[in-house]
Design a protein around this ligand. Structure first.
Ligand SMILES: Cc1cc2nc3c(=O)[nH]c(=O)nc-3n(C[C@H](O)[C@H](O)[C@H](O)COP(=O)(O)OP(=O)(O)OC[C@H]3O[C@@H](n4cnc5c(N)ncnc54)[C@H](O)[C@@H]3O)c2cc1C
Length: 239
C-alpha cells in the first residue's frame, strides 16, 4: 500500500509549509504574548484557500477533501499551533452548515467563513460536562417562531472573535444525547455575552466562556433534525 501523498496534495503541503515558515512562525511568540488576534492574517489564509478544502464549489469551496484539509491544518500548525484553530473550525464548521443549515444561512455565511471574513465557534462543552458531552444542561425552548436558548458554555475556542456559534442545547429534557439539537446563533443576539480565558501558550485562539440568557433566534436556525444534533454533527468527526 502506498502511503505517499499524491503530487497534488504534496504541492499543497509544500505551499502551506512555505507560507507557515515565512509568515506564521516568526510572529507566533508575538501573537501569543500580546494576545493580539491576527484576523488580517487569517483573511489572507482564507484568500489562499486554506479553509476551503471541505466546502462545495457553489460556496467557493475547492472540494479537495478531508486529506487536503488535514494536511493544510498540519502544515499551518507547524508554523503556529494557534493558527490551525481557524483552519479547523472555519473549514470544518462550514461543512456542517453546508450539510445542516437552511439555504439562506448557507448562502450568506459559508462564502464569508471560507474567506475568514466571518468566524465561527463550536459550543459543546459546559462547566459541568466535558467528556460526558451528553450531560449538557443548556436548553432551547420553542416559543412561537423563535427558539429561546438558556445556558452556559465553557472552554470555547475563538469565542471572543466568533460572529456566530454552533450551539448544542437540549430540546427534550432527560433524554440523554437523543434530546440534543444544534443551533446557529449569531453573537450579536440579545442575551448573549462572553468572557475570555487568560490562556497560556495559546492566547491567540481567544478561548473563553459563552453565556446565553434567554437568547432568541429564528425557528429556522435549528440545524438539521430536532433531537439529532449529536449524530448529525458527529458525522463531521468521521470524515
Ligand atoms: C485548547 C482547548 C480548546 C477547546 N475548544 C473547545 C471548543 O471550541 N468547543 C468546545 O465545545 N469545547 C472545547 N474544548 C473543551 C474540550 O472539548 C473539553 O476539555 C473536553 O471535552 C474534556 O472535558 P473537560 O475538560 O471537562 O474534562 P473532563 O471531562 O472533566 O475529563 C478530565 C479527565 O478525566 C478523564 N475522564 C473523564 N470521564 C472519564 C470516565 N468516565 N472514565 C475515565 N476517565 C474519564 C478524561 O479523559 C480526562 O483525562 C477545548 C479544550 C481545550 C483544552
Amino acid at each position: 500500500m502506498d502511503f505517499n501523498l499524491s503530487d497534488d496534495i504534496q504541492a499543497i503541503a509544500d505551499t502551506v509549509r512555505r507560507y507557515a515558515n515565512e509568515k506564521l512562525l516568526p510572529k507566533y511568540q508575538y501573537w501569543d504574548k500580546s494576545g493580539e488576534f491576527p484576523h488580517e492574517m487569517y483573511k489572507e489564509m482564507g484568500q489562499m484557500g486554506f479553509f476551503s478544502s471541505l466546502a462545495g464549489s457553489q460556496y467557493g469551496g475547492s472540494e479537495l477533501g478531508a486529506l487536503a484539509h488535514g494536511v493544510i491544518t498540519y502544515e499551518v500548525a507547524r508554523g503556529d499551533f494557534n493558527a490551525a484553530y481557524p483552519v479547523l473550525l472555519c473549514g470544518g464548521l462550514s461543512l456542517l452548515l453546508e450539510n445542516l443549515a437552511p439555504d439562506h444561512i448557507k448562502d450568506e455565511w459559508i462564502p464569508q467563513v471560507l474567506a475568514a471574513e466571518k468566524l465561527l465557534g463550536f459550543c459543546l462543552t459546559e462547566p459541568g460536562s466535558g467528556s460526558d458531552a451528553a450531560g449538557l444542561i443548556t436548553r432551547a425552548e420553542l416559543e412561537g417562531d423563535e427558539w429561546v436558548i438558556t445556558g452556559e458554555k465553557a472552554s470555547i475556542s475563538m469565542v471572543m472573535e466568533a460572529d456566530a456559534l454552533l450551539v448544542f442545547a437540549k430540546t427534550k429534557q432527560d433524554d440523554g444525547s437523543t434530546g440534543v439539537s444544534l443551533f446557529f446563533v449569531p453573537t450579536d443576539s440579545e442575551g448573549f455575552s462572553r468572557s475570555p480565558y487568560d490562556d497560556m501558550g495559546h492566547k491567540a485562539i481567544r478561548r473563553g466562556s459563552a453565556s446565553f440568557q434567554g437568547v432568541r433566534i429564528p425557528k429556522e436556525n435549528l440545524l438539521g433534525t430536532q433531537g439529532r444534533g449529536f449524530p448529525e454533527a458527529m458525522k463531521l468527526f468521521d470524515i
